[in-house]
Design a protein. Structure first.
Length: 521
């Protein structure tokens, strides 16, 4: 018996010390200020602590939840099959560069992607980065004469429609409804003030420009920018067929624009075939404008002064630092294989997350205190042993979550509270069995052995049944339900160890040291 007790004691001590060691990074990490915990970076002391700490879910630390749908309708069947998986990889690359700590990106169903960004401080910026397809194309801009002829044809079409009552046009603009909105026209583009952009869009939709343009030309808008002391957007006449695609971007770097103080630009370098194609295109189109088109918006349309052999391109415009860095991120990460749209969005503020933590901790503390009072008053000395086992149970549970990198959520806290109840129920079964044996006249040592032996089968059946339920919840549930299933499962396994192994060890140690005639139970 002494050797057995010593072996069990060493096992308990080793497990406890190992659990404390596993939880130490979590204790250190959550002592840090929130801003420091959420700071991006991979090789900092905070990042190393974060890697070993228990991660908190979106509902506990705030952040953003997105349900995305991948539109595969425009893809051929052989590409549509793997579109969602490719989109997940692109999104993961973008989010990693965005600097969100502990993001969750997972496939749901056939064409849905769930994205959770805990601790996010700028939801709108993240939404723009995630939703941007990042389809990069290089297209030639029509020269001024070609563009002027096209705009003239649109004006003629609109004027005819106005006379027929098909479109409303001011009499002062009846001869040139669209061109009268221009405040500048140069090269292959016209600049329209931001206040007149909706009206220009309305006129273009009414005219149906594809019906008056040649098949190889279409109109594309530029991004909003300043020009001639006004804010507006350029409307470009663009060759429809791209000269080349931008799928071979080797690198992109956001820098201050040395030619436009206060603005930023993105220097981009193409590699491999992209660099050779770029050299060919620039050599064949000297003195023409080459539009850099990202997701059907002209980001810039520089004039080609000479052949560019190195695959270097510059995207400029009215970018601030964040705009340029976001463009850098999507260019580096690559284009999505298909457009994605946000079908559901939820944002949890940091204060709401802290309220959830406070409420969950409060519920767990109150429940634990009530359980402790009941167990100690009803079972006396045996109750104290049960409470010690319960504390070890919680220690092992949190240590296992830290080791497994299992995310703690509000449903997870509910699983912990349920684990506390199961732990108490396990001890109640054992203690009641021991009481029955004592009432039957058994000695203390015999009552303890019979009590544990006869209660064990019932305890095992109950725990296995709940573990099977938890396994199904984990397999078929979503994020929060998985969190509940994980904490419940780990807690039940820890409970089997503490309530059966630890408490039995304590009684073996007590009865081995001296012969007891009565037991405080």
């Amino acid at each position: 018996m002494p050797r057995l007790v010593s072996w069990k004691s060493l096992l308990i001590l080793g497990t406890t010390l190992l659990s404390l060691w596993a939880l130490w990074p979590s204790f250190q990490f959550y002592q840090l200020p929130r801003e420091q915990r959420l700071a991006p970076g991979k090789d900092t002391p905070t990042a190393r602590l974060r890697e070993n700490a228990i991660p908190l879910g979106l509902d506990l630390q705030g952040g953003m939840h997105l349900d995305l749908e991948v539109d595969r309708s425009g893809l051929p069947p052989e590409e549509a099959a793997g579109a969602v998986d490719r989109a997940i990889e692109v999104l993961r690359n973008r989010i990693d560069q965005f600097g969100v700590a502990e993001p969750l990106i997972q496939k749901q169903g056939d064409n849905r992607i769930v994205v959770q960004l805990p601790g996010l401080s700028d939801p709108e910026r993240a939404r723009d980065i995630i939703g941007q397809t990042a389809k990069l194309e290089f297209k030639l801009v029509r020269n001024q004469d070609e563009a002027g002829a096209l705009f003239t044809r649109i004006d003629a079409q609109l004027a005819a429609m106005a006379r027929a009552g098909q479109v409303r046009v001011d009499t002062s603009m009846a001869s040139a409804p669209l061109s009268r909105l221009f405040i500048d026209f140069q090269g292959g583009g016209a600049f329209i003030p931001v206040a007149e952009v909706p009206r220009a869009r309305e006129l273009l939709a009414a005219a149906g420009p594809d019906s008056v343009f040649s098949r190889d030309t279409h109109l594309l808008w530029g991004a909003e920018e300043g020009h001639a002391g006004r804010t507006g957007r350029w409307l470009y006449a663009i060759k429809r067929q791209p000269e080349m695609q931008g799928g071979s971007v080797a690198n992109a770097i956001a820098n201050p624009d040395d030619q436009n103080p206060g603005r930023w630009m993105v220097n981009m370098r193409l590699a491999g075939r992209g660099a050779s194609d770029f050299a060919r295109v620039t050599a064949a189109n000297v003195n023409r404008q080459l539009a850099i088109v990202l997701d059907s918006t002209v980001r810039s349309a520089p004039r080609i002064d000479e052949r560019i052999p190195g695959g270097e391109a510059r995207i400029s415009g009215s970018f601030d630092a964040n705009d340029a860095k976001d463009l850098e991120i999507v260019l580096k990460a690559g284009a999505l294989p298909a457009p994605v749209k946000i079908v559901e969005e939820r944002t949890v503020g940091p204060s709401m997350g802290q309220d959830s933590i406070d409420a969950g901790v409060k519920a767990a503390v109150i429940g634990t205190i009530l359980v402790v009072i009941f167990v100690v008053l009803y079972y006396r000395g045996a109750g104290l042993i049960a409470i010690a086992a319960l504390l070890l149970n919680l220690l092992y549970l949190f240590a296992a979550m830290a080791a497994l990198r299992s995310t703690l959520t509000m449903p997870g806290i509910a699983g912990i509270v349920l684990t506390i109840g199961m732990a108490v129920d396990t001890n109640v079964l054992i203690f009641e069995r021991i009481r029955e044996e004592l009432r039957a006249g058994k000695t203390v040592r015999a009552a303890i052995e019979l009590g544990y032996d006869r209660a064990f089968r019932t305890i095992l059946d109950a725990h296995v049944t709940v573990l099977i339920s938890a396994a199904f919840l984990f397999q078929f549930g979503t994020g929060p339900i998985k969190g509940f299933a994980v904490t419940l499962s780990v807690g039940l396994l820890a409970n089997m160890f503490t309530a059966v192994f630890f408490t039995r060890l304590v009684y073996d140690w007590i009865t081995h040291r001296r012969t007891l005639t009565r037991l405080s139970i």
